[in-house]
Design a protein. Structure first.
Length: 95
């Protein structure tokens, strides 16, 4: 039996899969070490990616090109892919 919160989570996941299948858009939830690196790498491979996070300040920083974590080569990959439009950042999962 699903609780309301679980149903909402399931619907969000289905919405993300819908975006991937029909729009060719990958959505990565979270912009920490795993999410940001994953999104940047998928964008580098030619996918259109939006990284989503609830931290509005972090999203503003990322949109300005300020990378909040250190990973060798990450800043160049993020910069290259945001400039070519294949990587974006949002604080709203309802894209």
């Amino acid at each position: 039996m699903f609780k309301i919160g679980q149903c909402s989570h399931t619907l969000n996941i289905l919405y993300i899969f819908f975006l991937i299948i029909y729009c060719g858009l990958l959505v990565v939830v979270g912009t920490g070490y795993v999410g940001l690196v994953t999104g940047a790498c998928f964008a580098e491979m030619g996918n259109h990616v939006v990284c989503v996070d609830i931290d509005k300040d972090k999203i503003k920083r990322l949109n300005r090109g300020d990378i909040p974590i250190f990973e060798p080569g990450l800043e160049q990959i993020v910069t290259r892919n945001t400039k070519r439009g294949s990587l974006g950042f949002s604080d709203d999962l309802k894209l």
